[in-house]
Design a protein around this ligand. Structure first.
Ligand code: UD1
Length: 335
């Protein structure tokens, strides 16, 4: 298929582009480099051995989108582009609503004009109300707790309403749990700007000496070891979930939500220990207060994706830790 990938140079987008190219899809990438480095294009090309058509442009720029859609036949858009830092979204809500909503609307308008009827959207487990009990199923109650989460939920709503109004439109809403890990080549991975918010990128920076120690945010949760439990999935498994969604859901109109997770919970301390085993290092940590907004356990019920997309996560936490550490050690290498 001809696939336009917005945010295709970012962490999840870049891994997805690699898997799409490997499956012989024709890919056009649009990225404004807000949260990605320009050299990611070269890294993808090095892995796949193919030239990648890339536009450095903002999806909220209607003129730029018009040019791109006029120049390429597009069958489907995989929409990753968006701001993604929870804490920043609380401090700068207008920036988050403006960027994430406007870029989606402009893309949808360009798609409508150019008869593109399918979008795969990068949603998040954060759309589930924290009042639900894990494992989370797609039909459970939805509610966000911060502006970033609300943008995901609002975009799900927009796509659902649009699919209702236009019976030819297909919207696949992929709710990711906690993506971790990196490409086996060591060429692609997560490169957080500033202090990492997420657990594994922080651990990697403790491991390479950039940070002194990890703060474990609370050990008094109602979990086996008292630390928060999450459903960590390897970013390559997540990328393959997009390929499955694209191929299995082609021309299936309506809006369809799928959890992409492993169904297995891992605590903060279990992840630290898995990383220690993979890296043969010791990660110093201190237990601090809980982080506001965190809950005990967030784990997916992935059975709908297993059944309808024939997709299942296959990588282990140890493999994810090993690949993240490999990437961290090579992140500054030139190509
Ligand atoms: C966070 C976001 C979520 C987003 C997801 C993936 C919040 C409240 N939620 O989820 O919206 O979709 O990232 O990007 O920010 N932890 C530590 N020390 C650290 C960092 C994290 O103990 O330095 C703990 C957390 O308390 C949690 C677990 O590690 O129990 C995972 O945290 P994190 O990687 O930030 O992911 P989430 O909180 O699940």
């Amino acid at each position: 298929m001809n696939v336009l990938v917005s945010g295709g140079l970012g962490y999840i987008g870049s891994h997805t582009v690699v898997e799409l190219v490997k499956r012989h899809h024709d890919v056009v990438v649009v990225d404004n480099l807000y949260n990605a480095d320009a050299d990611v294009q070269l890294r993808i090309e090095k892995i796949t051995g193919k030239k990648l058509t890339t536009y450095i442009a903002d999806c909220a720029d209607a003129e730029a989108m018009e040019k791109i859609f006029s120049s390429h036949k597009v069958d489907c858009v995989i929409h990753f582009a968006g701001y993604k830092a929870v804490g920043e979204s609380v401090r700068k809500p207008l920036m988050y609503y403006h960027n994430n909503l406007l870029s989606t609307l402009v893309l949808l308008e360009a798609m409508k004009k150019h008869n593109v009827h399918q979008m795969v959207f990068s949603s998040s487990a954060t759309v589930y109300s924290p009042e639900n009990t894990s494992p989370f199923r797609e039909e459970m109650r939805l509610a966000a707790t911060n502006p970033y989460g609300w943008t995901k939920l609002m975009i799900e709503r927009i796509l659902t309403d649009y699919a209702t109004a236009d019976p030819s439109f297909s919207a696949i809403l992929l709710r990711y749990f906690n993506p971790i890990g990196a490409h086996d080549s060591g060429l692609l991975g997560e490169r957080p700007v500033g202090i990492p918010n997420n657990l594994l990128p922080y651990i990697c920076q403790v491991a390479d000496g950039t940070r002194e120690k990890l703060s474990v945010f609370g050990d008094d949760y109602a979990t086996p070891d008292g630390t928060g439990v999450r459903d960590y999935l390897h970013v390559v498994d997540l990328a393959l979930g997009h390929v499955a969604a694209l191929e299995k859901m082609a021309n299936r109109p309506g809006a369809h939500a799928f959890n992409l997770g492993t169904g297995k919970g891992t605590s903060v301390l279990e992840l630290v220990h898995a990383f220690e085993q993979a890296s043969h290092l010791t990660i110093p940590y201190v237990v601090t207060d809980r982080r506001p907004g965190d809950i005990d356990t967030v784990v997916a019920d992935p059975s709908k994706a297993e059944k309808e997309l024939e997709w299942k996560a296959t990588h282990s936490i140890e493999e994810a830790c090993a690949s993240a550490w490999h990437f961290q050690q090579h992140v500054k290498d030139s190509l």
